[in-house]
Design a protein around this ligand. Structure first.
Ligand code: DC
Length: 215
């Protein structure tokens, strides 16, 4: 069984997917982490998005995905992929068609191995168009900006609302207008808007969608 969860950054996808998988007793596959590892590895290797053999480079990486985290060449990447630099690298290299192709088979292989909640941007549209359940998790840009601001302030990082909001609006535009596998709601996805939901509420709303679809 596959539950595909797509949506923009800041809608709560990561936490909701993790908690939903826990409730169902399934595994969770974080596809953003795969793009982050590839982006970071490519940057470290001095690659640019214009390199002609990026597909082979990405396909040749020794990436291991386990319940306890993601490893590259046997080294845990959990922390390294969460920096702003890794985010930016992931976003750049994720727009390269050869990189997406290289990660497609890996995602399908991992998703088919077990009952999985898999989250990303193109899971219900491209990676698993036949997923048993498709959820498009979203929230108003202003609410996503408020959450991001609170997160930054919690880490003691200075930021202002208008800048964070502008950044989110720009990222939405970039993700939904890119030529390959843009962020968009699959025709048969159920939209869950988390603007006015807290985390437990968002998890319950997704669980209700899953139960309605697969009993
Ligand atoms: O969800 P995230 O922030 O960890 O994703 C990191 C980057 O990877 C983000 O720029 C979008 C991209 N991504 C993608 O293009 N397709 C996916 N299925 C998952 C992530």
């Amino acid at each position: 069984m596959i539950v595909a969860i797509d949506g923009p950054a800041g809608a709560g996808k990561s936490t909701v997917s993790r908690m939903l998988a826990e409730r169902l007793g399934w595994v969770r596959l974080d596809t953003g982490a795969l793009y982050r590892v590839v982006g970071l590895a490519a940057t470290r290797a001095g690659r640019t998005v214009k390199d002609p053999d990026l597909g082979a480079f990405a396909a040749g990486l020794a990436i291991e995905v386990e319940a306890d985290g993601i490893r590259l060449d046997g080294v845990d990447m959990g922390q390294a992929i969460r920096t702003p630099e890794a985010s930016a690298a992931a976003s750049r290299f994720a727009a390269v068609p050869a990189v997406r192709d290289a990660l497609l088979e890996l995602q399908r292989h991992l998703g088919r191995a077990q009952d999985t909640v898999i989250d990303g941007r193109d899971i219900g549209t491209v990676v698993f168009p036949d997923a048993d359940v498709k959820i498009f998790l979203t929230a108003a840009a202003e609410e996503r900006a408020r959450r991001r601001l609170a997160e930054l302030e919690g880490r003691g990082e200075a930021a202002d609302f208008e800048t964070v909001l502008a950044d989110i609006v720009q990222r939405d535009k970039q993700d939904s207008e890119r030529a390959v596998a843009p962020l968009k709601k699959a025709a048969d996805a159920v939209e869950v808007d988390t603007s006015t939901l807290d985390l437990p509420g968002a998890v319950e709303a997704c669980l209700a969608v899953v139960r309605q679809k697969v009993g």
